[in-house]
Design a protein around this ligand. Structure first.
Ligand code: SF4
Ligand code: SF4
Length: 378
């Protein structure tokens, strides 16, 4: 039963949030109500995992802000998990937070259950606080940095994600030196372009060309740093692909089938990128088992459809490094995914820069790559 099954399940722990990021496109509740995913839905996920025959299942706790669900909620999750442990199956947990509520109790929980934590941090205070105020209107940067320091001091490995907006452009050198000075494992840069049509305020949006220029500048600054430089997941994935290793990020690897997303109300979507689009809602775990929903012809048709690639990609010299990008951004309606990925140019520009450096420096440059790049992901 395990062949071709999803192995990473992204769970919308809650739709509530205690931040009021100006660029947020989610319809989160910021009024203090906290609605969490029902525990019977969580139990169904574990039941499926235990019967799946998979050796590893990764559960990614997302939000809204997942820590609003409270420590007791997560303790209940791990009590459910205990019922579905079986030999040969490993549960791996990760959690994406804005870091505001992290305290010693949360750190203890993260350590006890070996939860990999990702924190959203856009850059230096002037940038982060401009974009990511709390729902109270207060700035959040110093609290996020304090959470990061406490977590890493406690031995946790933390990855960061930074949204790139108009405000970030031109500040690449400052941004890279800011992130390089932090005790985090890695940082991922996410362009504020994708869900443009959903945003009321378009002043944060950047074009695909601007993202390409930003990432090329980041690459140049990053490649001048010494061996201990922070891992940048976008660059790391490009380099992996170009040097013949498998990229790990889904938007580079073409392995969309490894992911599913479950909304806080139990609705199943093939991925977060398709979340809350009725066309991609595959049913609800309160009505049907996860196994049943993953066996429908609708789901199988989706999986087959997203494997379509534009003709330009089929003949592309860096196809093994890019794999056509994210299908949600190639979608043109009617089950067709033949539009060219909007960040095609970013990938080509970066590939040219990286290939030129590798050709010039040969193996010695490869040895200077950050440690994380040598690591295989689960
Ligand atoms: S649709 Fe996009 S975001 Fe979702 S798994 Fe595929 S590549 Fe990743
Ligand atoms: S770089 Fe462009 S053409 Fe090449 S695989 Fe990626 S999206 Fe397709």
């Amino acid at each position: 039963m395990s062949a071709d099954l999803p192995t990473t399940i992204v769970i919308k722990t809650t739709d509530s949030c205690n931040s009021a990021c100006h660029y947020c496109y989610e319809e989160n509740a910021v009024d203090g109500t906290v609605r969490t995913i029902p525990l019977d839905v969580v139990e169904e996920i574990y039941r499926w995992a235990a019967e799946s025959g998979l050796a590893k299942v990764q559960l990614v706790w997302h939000g809204g802000e997942p820590l609003l669900a409270g420590i007791c909620f997560f303790q209940e999750i791990f009590s459910i998990q205990a019922k579905y442990e079986r030999a040969g199956l490993e549960y791996i947990h990760s959690l994406q937070t804005n870091g505001i509520l992290v305290d010693d109790d949360w750190i203890k929980l993260f350590r006890s259950y070996r939860i990999g934590v990702g924190i959203s941090l856009d850059g230096p205070a002037w940038l982060h606080d401009f974009q990511r105020p709390l729902s109270t209107g207060c700035p959040s940067h110093s609290r996020v940095i304090s959470a990061l320091d406490r977590m890493t001091a406690a031995g946790l490995r933390v990855s960061l994600s930074a949204v790139v907006t108009q405000k970030s452009l031109g500040a690449e050198r400052e941004i890279i030196s800011f992130f390089s000075a932090l005790p985090a494992e890695s940082v991922d840069f996410l362009p504020m372009t994708v869900l443009a049509s959903k945003l009321q305020d378009h002043s944060f949006l950047i074009s695909a060309i601007e993202f390409s220029q930003f990432m090329c500048e980041i690459y140049k600054e990053w490649s001048r740093l010494d061996e201990e430089r922070i891992s940048i997941r976008y660059l790391e994935n490009m380099i992996r692909g170009i040097t013949g290793c498998h990229p790990s990020l889904c938007t580079f690897s073409g392995r969309c089938g490894a992911y599913i997303s479950i909304d806080f109300d139990g609705s199943l979507y093939p991925c977060d990128s398709f979340m809350r689009a009725q066309e991609f809602r595959m049913g609800n775990l309160r009505d049907k088992t996860l196994n049943t929903l993953l066996s429908t012809s609708r789901y199988h048709t989706f999986r087959a459809d997203i494997a379509q690639l534009p003709h330009t990609c089929e003949n592309c010299e860096i196809l093994q490094a890019c794999n056509g990008g994210c299908p949600s951004e190639r979608y043109s309606g009617d089950g067709k995914y033949m539009r060219l990925y909007p960040f095609c140019g970013t990938r080509r520009d970066l590939a040219r820069l990286i290939a030129a450096d590798l050709n010039a420096a040969g193996a010695s440059e490869l040895l200077r790559l950050p440690r994380a790049i040598q690591t295989e992901y689960p």
